[in-house]
Design a protein around this ligand. Sequence first.
Ligand code: FAD
Ligand code: MG
Length: 350
Amino acid sequence: MKKVTNFVFLLIMIMIPLMACNNQSNKANVIQEEVFALGTIIEFKIYDDDSKKAKEAIDKSIQRIREIEDKMTINKDKSELIEINNNAGINFIYVSPDTFFVIKKASEYSKLSQGAFDLTIEPIVKLWGIGTDNARIPKQEEIDVLLDLINYEDLILDEESQSVMLRKKGQAIDLGAIAKGYAGDEVKRILTEHGIQTAFVNLGGNVVAIGTKVDGSPWKIGIQNPLDERGSHVAVIEVKDKAVVTSGNYERYFIKDGKRYHHIIDPKTGYPAEAGIISSTIVTDQSIDADALSTAVYVMGLEKGLKLIERMENVEAVIITEDNQIYVTAGLREDFKLSNPQFQLLENLN
Ligand code: FAD
Ligand code: MG
């Protein structure tokens, strides 16, 4: 949990445009709260006349987020995930339905993306240490040794006993690219169960927009300018009742000799992914899907990433490439407004 000061500052800057877009014009009672969990700032904005109910819903959500973190973290002394990792190549580990569900989803997305998203990426993530005080460029030999361990096909899931095992010693699971998404879905479930119809929750850039704004108009969500750390956006999208998740190279990185090394790793090379994308945003119903897909598309690049998205129903994307072009999938174009002339809208992929 240490080493996050700069990152937290950056996240605050990322959230500013998102929030700035959503000032409610009419007088709704708004209940706001911010907490630090999952290595990030989580911000709640609930619009409801019953403040007591809203506060209770927020408290329950925070409790649930902490529960998820305690089960799926690799940054504490113990968790279910750490136990699986410590028993790689040795034993099956029985886990809670939460952890089993997220690992199973992560496994499905690993297959679907043909390993661009790979839940067994942990050894390489740890080697680079990006986002920690120990971040460094590893030697090629170090990467090569660990690359042999990265293989989502070495995950064994036993449905009946709800237990999990990795085939080889040294293998380890990292759910950093998907568990925040699951937490977002659980927050939505809890708020909805409390009768909340209008809410905007931001889990460090993973947005869950519940319902519409109080006046019935869509939420306006700013897409962060990946080239600008000052919280400006390149575009605004309008959504109703959706999860919006962005993966970018500006979230966690270090710069060495003018080159940026960011935290999304290409499992094929063991290096930060360089497929020409600098930001990928996914808009869909479930935040867990949006989280996994935003990371997968980032690694796959524009063409392959879009092919994956197009195979799926009700999934839209905004992809920004390193040459400042933005591609928006057809289902989102009407609800998309470019707000920065430095970027150019790509109409077709030819
Ligand atoms: P995403 O693109 O969604 O995910 C990137 C992250 O996924 C990387 O940081 C890496 O962990 C992993 N990853 C990289 N490449 C791939 C790949 N090809 N396939 C699959 N996964 C990949 N941060 C802290 O600083 N301290 C903490 O204590 C801490 N605890 C956390 C506990 C939990 C349960 C979770 C979910 C997150 C925690 N985090 C913590 C944050 C975490 O380390 C990630 O940095 C964060 O989840 C990245 O999210 P993102 O939206 O920025 O990027
Ligand atoms: Mg992700």
